[in-house]
Design a protein around this ligand. Sequence first.
Ligand SMILES: [Zn+2]
Ligand SMILES: [Zn+2]
Length: 241
Amino acid sequence: MPLSHPSTASLVTVTTQFKKCPQHSDEKLKFFCETHDVACCVACTVLLHNQHNQCTVVYIPDAAKDYKTGPEYLQLTGELNKTQQLAAKHVTDIEEKMKKVEQLKTEETTKLEKYRAELKEFVDKRIDELTSQVHQLRDNDMDLLKNQHTKSKNIEDNVATTKTRLKGCEQTPVELFTESMRTRHEVAQLQVDLADIAAKTKLQVYSVRKDDQMEAVLKNKAGIATIDLETGKKWRRCQDW
Ligand SMILES: [Zn+2]
Ligand SMILES: [Zn+2]
């Protein structure tokens, strides 16, 4: 293919495409410093983007001429395609992760709800057991007291009867004496019985004592359960990208 010289028409078109230099308003940005990635005018080139500053400057009309079909543009479009594909892969991958984030939340909150139910069941069961123990203690104590109450009442009645009987003998000395002798032993036995009742009816006091360890677990912020972040595994797939 013969080297084509740009026609006058295309040169004019190219020339009108240049912008004015912001530093030097009478000059146009016809150069490009590859070192600083900046367009510059002839003045800029001489003053700033020169060999002293180790700049590589190209003249834009020359560089632009066959750029479209050259290897640099091909390389650039190749890189753009690659970057676009990579970004698309990231988009898909992040969308997958968003689904997993939702899924993980659902799984772990389900676990928590199940655990809540387990704890509640455990606590309810234990409290019910303890409550029934308290009821049992009450029943036992009540049975014993009622029993001793009846015995005491009987003794009281017994003594009242004996007193009446003795009173009735007071006018007959012999009878009073023999009745009194008999009653003496009876009274001694009744006093032994009353001492036994007193011993048996000592009040059995009890109280519910909360478990210290359980209290500590409940008050501890890390009690019940904690959430472990598996930092080592977090977004590991990012490294595969
Ligand atoms: Zn300039
Ligand atoms: Zn430069």
